[in-house]
Ligand binder design. Structure first.
Ligand SMILES: *C/C=C(C)/C=C/C=C(C)/C=C/C1=C(C)CCCC1(C)C
Length: 268
């Protein structure tokens, strides 16, 4: 039974590993291409995390299972995008902006669902909270993409994106969500909510830092992008994904296993 479950989880992961090699006439990863190496390492770590989170759904209480599945979906979707981003980088040395943002457009709303699941564990979270967080996400990501891809001025895209992020921070520190958490949460859920806040504040701050390095710091005198700029941007975004997708998933897993163990021993 458990083996069947694992096999089911592994099949799509195995299939997608074979996919992207057909996308390009492949260049090989060079030993001094550290950005390429980071793409490679993280794509593997994302696959392994996916298998781990799915496997671990078996040993946590029912209410945590969905959270772990959502974590696995985040790492799974990101793994597929990392295969493609890795190929773009290794073959062209260019920033894979469009794959990056398609990944974020799918995984950030999934993380919002993750937050909403935590809030639901606290009490009667209104659907309005979820929609407001989702709107904040779009205001953060869409102008960010337009700025990076050159549809709008790169500074304008950055400023509007920052406002979207600040709105999300307002919602979780001072809005309806924050009040719910303060008023009625049991301890384990309080701490999950605290973790979530910390991730959205500190973990997410790494992304605008990458944008600043890539478009404002490592540019030449004429303001044009440089090889150092693309390297800095991609390495910082990659690091941010390790924190916000893998490490965040592990924090959820930790909260889930510790509260599940506590309730199992209380029942025994
Ligand atoms: C798994 C991917 C995640 C959690 C991606 C998060 C992305 C951000 C928090 C992006 C933030 C940005 C701003 C706050 C300003 C504009 C530029 C962005 C889009 C990089």
């Amino acid at each position: 039974m458990t083996l069947t479950k694992l096999m089911k989880g592994l099949v799509p992961v195995g299939l997608l590993a074979a996919l992207p090699s057909t996308a390009f006439a492949a260049a090989n990863l060079q030993s001094d291409d550290f950005v390429g190496i980071s793409f490679w390492l993280i794509s593997m770590a994302l696959m392994a995390s996916t298998v781990f989170f799915l496997w671990e759904t078996q040993s946590v209480d029912g209410k945590w299972k969905t959270s772990l599945v959502v974590s696995a979906l985040v790492t799974f979707i990101a793994a597929v995008h990392y295969f493609y981003m890795r190929d773009v980088w290794i073959n062209t040395g260019e920033t894979p902006t469009v794959y990056r943002y398609i990944d974020w457009l799918l995984t950030v709303p999934l993380l919002m669902i993750e937050f909403f699941l935590i809030l639901r564990a606290i009490g009667n979270a209104s659907g309005g909270i979820f929609w407001r967080l989702l709107i904040g996400t779009l205001v953060m990501l869409v102008p960010g993409y337009m700025g990076e891809a050159g549809y709008i001025n790169v500074t304008v895209g950055f400023v509007i994106g920052m406002l979207g992020w600040f709105y999300i921070l307002y919602e979780i520190f001072a809005g309806e969500a924050a009040q719910m958490a303060a008023e009625q949460a049991p301890e384990a859920v309080q701490s999950a909510y605290g973790t979530m806040r910390m991730v959205v504040t500190i973990g997410w701050a790494i992304y605008p830092l990458g944008y600043v390095l890539g478009y404002f710091v490592y540019v030449d005198d004429a303001g044009n992008t440089t090889a150092a700029a693309s390297a800095a941007l991609n390495i910082v975004y990659n690091l941010a994904d390790v924190v916000n997708k893998i490490a965040f998933g592990l924090l959820i897993w930790y909260a889930a296993t510790s509260t599940s163990k506590a309730s199992q021993s209380a029942a025994a």
